[in-house]
Each structure stands twice: as structure tokens, then as C-alpha cells.
Design a protein around this ligand. Structure first.
Ligand code: FES
Length: 153
């Protein structure tokens, strides 16, 4: 397949890439850039495991063609915090046990950050509604809501 040029800021670093136009943002992140914090659950927009931010907006990376991010700022879980200095939402998930197996957690945290930023964390019901696209097979939902409400305060 023909390769096309793509310039995109990923976690604060401008990348000059060459990709096939059919490649999703999820596959670009995981397969080409080895940013495997972003997870592939369903690969068709049903689970939220692949949630990242594009220009501050939450998106499912599996439904986003990488080419559409030309000139954009993409933030993945790797760009949110570091081991030395975690993002407050990462700390809150640990404090409240907002996970069990951890597979959905990067997507949950990216959605959780967007939930507060977009003003949808005024009460637990609002949080549950906003977070309804992020599925957790272990059922950590109650603790995830607690974590978000904690950061909101
Ligand atoms: Fe993208 Fe499930 S992998 S929504």
C-alpha cells in the first residue's frame, strides 16, 4: 500500500511519519510507535479501551483514521503523567482501587480526565453517564466514579 506523510504532535513531540492511509490512530500508536498503554479491546467503538485525546477532545482511537490527526495534538496515557509525577487522576484511581485487571484503565483515565475538563462531573449520575462508553469487565465502576468525584473536589 502507498505510504503518505503525517505530521502529528504525540505527547508533546512532533512526529514526522509515513503511514498507510487506512491505518487507525490506535494501530499507529501501538504498532508503529509502540505506545502500548492505549489498549485494543473491541476495535470497533464499543469498549473505550482505546480512548485518547485529540486536541483535548476524547476520541476512540480505533474509530479514528490516523491521517485525520494531521497537525493535531494527540495525548495518550503515556503523556498524562510519569512514574515520578503521576496525574492526579492516576493517583485517585490507585487510592480508590478504580481497577482490577487494569486492561481498561488507560482508557478509563483518559475519559475521566475529559469528564472533568468538559464539565460532566457535577454529580455521580453525570459521571456514570459520561463514562458509560468505557466498559470494565471486572466491574470497578463504583470505585471509578469515586475516583473521579474525588479529583473533582
Ligand atoms: Fe476502541 Fe474498543 S478498542 S472502543
Amino acid at each position: 500500500f502507498e505510504q503518505m506523510p503525517l505530521q502529528v504532535d504525540i505527547n508533546g513531540t512532533m512526529r514526522k511519519l509515513s503511514i498507510e492511509p487506512r491505518v487507525t490512530l490506535l494501530d499507529l500508536l501501538r504498532e508503529q510507535l509502540h505506545l502500548t498503554g492505549t489498549k485494543k479491546g473491541c476495535d470497533h467503538g464499543q469498549c473505550g479501551a482505546c480512548t485518547v485525546h485529540v486536541d483535548g477532545q476524547r476520541v476512540n482511537a480505533c474509530l479514528t483514521l490516523a491521517m485525520t490527526t494531521e497537525g493535531c495534538k494527540v495525548t495518550t496515557i503515556e503523556g498524562l503523567g510519569t512514574l515520578d509525577q503521576m496525574h492526579p487522576m492516576q493517583e485517585a484511581f490507585i487510592k480508590h482501587d478504580g481497577f482490577q485487571c487494569g486492561y481498561c484503565t488507560p482508557g478509563q483515565i483518559m475519559s475521566a480526565v475529559a469528564c472533568i475538563r468538559e464539565g460532566h462531573a457535577n454529580n455521580p449520575d453525570e459521571v456514570r453517564e459520561y463514562m458509560s462508553g468505557n466498559i470494565c469487565r471486572c466491574g470497578a465502576y463504583a470505585n471509578i466514579v469515586d475516583a473521579i468525584m474525588d479529583v473533582k473536589q
